[in-house]
Design a protein around this ligand. Sequence first.
Ligand code: SAJ
Length: 411
Amino acid sequence: MKLDLTVLGLGYIGLPTASIFATKGKKVLGVDVVPRVVETINRGDIHIEEPDLDVLVRAAVQSGNLRAAGKPEPAFTHIVAVPTPFDVRPDGSRAPDLTYVESATRSLASVIRAGDLVILESTSPVGTTEKMKAWLEDELARTGRKVAGEILYAHCPERILPGQMLKELVSNDRIAGGLTPEAARRAKELYRTFCTAEIFETDARTAEMAKLTENAFRDVNIAFANELSLVCDRLGINVWELIRLANRHPRVKILQPGPGVGGHCIAVDPWFIVDAAPKEARLMRVAREVNDGKPGWVMDKVRAAAAGLKNPSVACLGLAFKANIDDLRESPSLEIATHLADEGYKVLAVEPHVRELPKALKGKAELVGLDDALARADILLLLVDHNAFKAVPLSRLAGKQVIDTRGIWNA
Ligand code: SAJ
């Protein structure tokens, strides 16, 4: 029997998406090139951390509607949700790497039928949906398979926030951007299966650009806050108080400075715009540079605090890329802790959301509890605004050099 859906790539986006479709009665095959991922999901387990995802995946697998495999099978719709990383050029700019999207698309050539819909969910540069069509046509020609009729293509970007994915999957508005109006309509109808919010039809290029724009907008706004923190530091002004006061203006809403921008989206996606229009996208490029420069500024603060101290120990409070999650990928906090350890500082890492040190810090730092760090460290470097750190009474900071990059103590 032809499946309703294949979902190619069972990561942070593909797995919740495949599972939610399955729990709504669709017959879904999840496809991943990593055998361990396939085995884990077929057991009803998960390989990534996200609140309640384990329950959803187990329910999906137990219903018999979700199974995983290494290769796609015939289905009415194929959703591609694989990573879109980038390569760093010598001048510091980034070039998108579409290798995974291309190989996932080409892998559909043996199963695709006329009338099938191919959806790109991965965040991608403008024009990628058109490229998918070209890759699939090329692969069909290369393998000599004929498809008698049209294949439909659409881009339907995800917008879910790590830590709140299952809620946002259902309740966020979505964009369905088709290479043709019929493709957009079909995609919209499909996401109606579980999405309770509005779904807007548009063309694929606008949908691609919308997703990049959302994250670039946030990046530029965070860069503004980060730049303000440098200016205020120079002028001897408390940036947190300043922002609180400025935000009392009815049309001002400044975001929060931090140690830099992490995660796999906001620090990446603006580059796809800069890469496509380097002359025009000047502000977005500078914003990236401001945010990427913040960890270096924080490290300078530590060096200054350490001057004059003998063998100072630095407690790095938080390694995750943002508050109350365990995700350490592209984390500026981890970058800072690792650099400090490499420079020879005694680093006491505190990360209540992990049980062991990440690879980058293994053998270089000590993973300790919060109380231990507060007792032992000369310098307290607050990197992540985890709830556990917000609860620390200010009296525990007495006698320490405190660098609070999130403004939870010195606000
Ligand atoms: N950050 C600050 N100051 C702030 C807000 C955030 O320094 O005021 C930092 C965070 O600490 C973190 C980084 O920015 O290091 C990104 O965090 P985030 O919470 O802004 O975003 P992500 O990466 O978890 O998720 C974003 C979301 N996009 C937008 O809000 C426009 C999410 O909706 C997207 O689905 C996701 O990217 C994605 O996958 O693209």
